[in-house]
Design a protein around this ligand. Sequence first.
Ligand code: ATP
Length: 227
Amino acid sequence: MITLRLRGLAAGRGGRLVVPPLDLVLGPGSALLVTGANGAGKSTLLRTLAGLLPPLAGEVSVEGAVAADGEPARRVAEVAHYLGHRNSLKAGRSVAEELGFWRRFLGDTGLGVREALAAVDLGAAGDLPAGVLSAGQGRRAAMARLLVSERPVWILDEPTAALDERAQARFAALCRERQCTGGIVIAATHQPLALEAPQELRLEALRPAGVGEAAAAAPGGGWDELW
Ligand SMILES: Nc1ncnc2c1ncn2[C@@H]1O[C@H](COP(=O)(O)OP(=O)(O)OP(=O)(O)O)[C@@H](O)[C@H]1O
């Protein structure tokens, strides 16, 4: 059964510390809700966990999971789905074609494309170009991407933004099913998300060194000119 272990994991952008070192253990069936104000570093942390940004310090290790090649997984990216702010669907191709691409790319170990679309109430939209989907439909198509390939870790950035109430409830149920089968769900969100017994990690925005001084000293009002 899978466990993720964060040891002194610090995340940042452009060499600037955004999330101070964290120690955390996420065992099978667990969930982590990452909260905090705009700019606090939620996306930065999630992208670091997903292997899309290098940690500034420390590490995240994976134990007890097997990668697609049958070897023990060494990196979270080998066993995780990452759902970012964008839906990762090419506008000119049909929703079904796009999901078919992701199914081949990520490993065809989950639901078939039509089954996955039905599971997110998008059964009638498979032949539409992805670019014509509404914001909420696009998000549901992205949810279907989580289902076409079986991966134990879901890393989700604002997953329910744009979803109506029914779709939010459906998505939360899918996350809990992931937990029930021993998976791990990590979600950054400003909205309630009904996960099973989540740990909460609230991030506080760090003030970049020297910002106050620079603003005070800048001619013409400093930061005010940016708004
Ligand atoms: N590509 C980048 N280069 C430099 N700084 C960045 C970059 N992307 C984000 N930042 C900065 O990193 C900090 C954290 O941003 P991040 O997107 O992680 O916040 P967040 O908590 O996810 O915010 P939100 O709730 O608005 O989505 C912010 O100060 C932001 O300006």
